[in-house]
Every structure is written in structure tokens, then in C-alpha cells.
Ligand binder design. Structure first.
Ligand SMILES: Cc1cc2nc3c(=O)[nH]c(=O)nc-3n(C[C@H](O)[C@H](O)[C@H](O)COP(=O)(O)O)c2cc1C
Length: 221
């Protein structure tokens, strides 16, 4: 059954602010306390350069975060994304129960955290508490967002049971998107320094940071 969720094409009009975060968490996550809404039609650009993501999820009072390198944009309008979530993860269980998740886009500054949430399982305890991660509430879904990231996509699963079961592949509609305005504005990334760059994962703790931006005109045939 193909179940298309209701689409919200307008960007959220106001910005998000931090939850009560401990002073310690704020020290670890030094981003500004507000996020700029990203026009949904441009939300795919948060993922277009292929960064590693953090998938946040929640259900029945249990919240979780895991790393996912296998996430990408799928469609412009309504914007859709896909992400591969292994069947053994707690994240998978929470997404299947709630039908929602968020893709948080971490920077190099929190690469160690990214590796940790991709190594530990929420089944062994709350990773937010264990790693001192501050969160913010999402606007359109009941899932925490990880503070200190560069961008955030709030996502609602479009059920495709075959893909989910056979390939661990989840397709979702983006219902809201946010970015740190210092790093992404007017539909473009503007990384300020190495620590603010998004990261790409190889394996075994090895990452690349996003490289220099450049623009070209199409080669004339
Ligand atoms: C950088 C990185 C990227 C990862 N990418 C994925 C991914 O795309 N899909 C996936 O299922 N697991 C991926 N993993 C593994 C999960 O993050 C890992 O299994 C995690 O411990 C699951 O946590 P949970 O049980 O709390 O949900 C990745 C791990 C790392 C370190």
C-alpha cells in the first residue's frame, strides 16, 4: 500500500530554540541558540553533498540517536529522503513504532560524538545522557533534534514495507527543515572553518570533511 502523507509545502515561520540544556552540554555544543527555517523546496540541499547524518527517533518516552552514512535526497516536491536503518538497531524499532525520525547533520566538531552514537546502542542506555548531548524539540514530529549540528530534516515515513523489510530502506517525506544560519543560508552552504564543515564517513573512525565549494558553467556541447 502506498500511503502518501499530507504535505506541508510552506517552511515553518518561526525558528527553533534550545531545550533546557545543562551548562556542560552547551559547552560541548556551541552553536547559536536559534535555527533558521529552510524552505522545504531547498531542503534537499542540506543532504545534496552527501554528509553523514545522525538519525534521531523516539517512541513512548524512549529517545535515541544513531549515525547513518547511508542517507540521501530522493525527490524535490514534496521533498523526500531515504535512509538505511539496520533491522537490529533500536532506531529501527522506534521508527517502525512512531513513523517518524529526524536527520541531523553533524559537523567535524562533533565527529567523535558521531562515531560514538554509531557504535553504542540505545538499548544499553540513553546516549544523549551518556554523551552529554543537548537536544531541541522538533516542530512537526515528536523527536528530539541534536543541538550543535549544522542542519536538521524532520521526516515522516512513507510506508514501503517491501523496501523496509528486504533492504532496511526507509523513504520519508521532509516535513520541516532547519539550518544553522551561519553555515547554510539562501539555499547554500557557507562553511566558515574546518570544525564547522559537515563530514563524510569511510569506515573504522575515518572521515573526510566537506571540501571547498566551486561553481562552474556547463561545458558547451
Ligand atoms: C559514521 C557511521 C555511519 C553509520 N551509518 C549507518 C547507516 O547508514 N545505516 C545503519 O543502519 N547503520 C549505520 N551505522 C551503524 C549504527 O549507527 C549503529 O549500529 C548504532 O549503534 C545503532 O544504534 P541504536 O541501536 O541505538 O539504534 C553507522 C555507524 C557509524 C559510526
Amino acid at each position: 500500500m502506498h500511503h502518501q502523507q499530507k504535505t506541508n509545502t510552506k517552511p515553518p515561520s518561526t525558528s527553533l530554540t534550545y531545550d533546557d540544556a545543562s551548562p556542560q552540554s552547551r559547552a560541548i555544543m556551541p552553536n547559536p541558540p536559534t535555527l533558521a527555517p529552510v524552505e522545504l523546496a531547498k531542503s534537499y540541499r542540506l543532504l545534496n553533498h552527501g554528509p553523514t547524518t545522525l538519525v534521531t527517533s523516539a517512541h513512548n518516552g524512549v529517545r535515541n540517536v544513531m549515525a547513518a552514512a547511508w542517507a540521501m535526497p530522493l525527490d524535490f516536491d514534496p521533498p523526500k529522503v531515504l535512509v538505511v536503518v539496520d533491522s537490529r538497531t533500536l532506531t529501527r524499532e522506534l521508527i517502525e513504532a512512531s513513523g517518524v525520525f529526524a536527520l541531523n547533520i553533524p559537523t567535524r566538531a562533533i565527529a567523535e560524538t558521531t562515531l560514538a552514537v554509531g557504535t553504542l546502542s540505545g538499548r544499553d542506555g540513553d546516549k544523549f545522557d551518556a554523551l552529554g548531548l543537548a537536544t531541541m524539540p522538533a516542530r512537526t514530529i515528536d523527536v528530539p533534534l541534536v543541538a550543535g549540528c549544522a542542519g536538521w530534516l524532520e521526516c515522516r515515513v512513507i510506508p514501503e514495507p517491501h523496501n523496509e523489510k528486504r533492504y532496511d530502506l526507509f523513504i520519508a517525506e521532509v516535513t520541516a527543515a532547519w539550518a544553522d544560519p551561519a553555515l547554510f543560508s539562501n539555499g547554500r552552504w557557507h562553511f566558515t572553518d574546518a570544525s564547522s564543515k559537515t563530514v563524510h564517513y569511510l569506515a573504522g573512525g575515518a572521515f573526510f570533511e566537506t571540501g571547498d565549494a566551486f561553481t562552474v558553467e556547463a561545458k558547451q556541447p
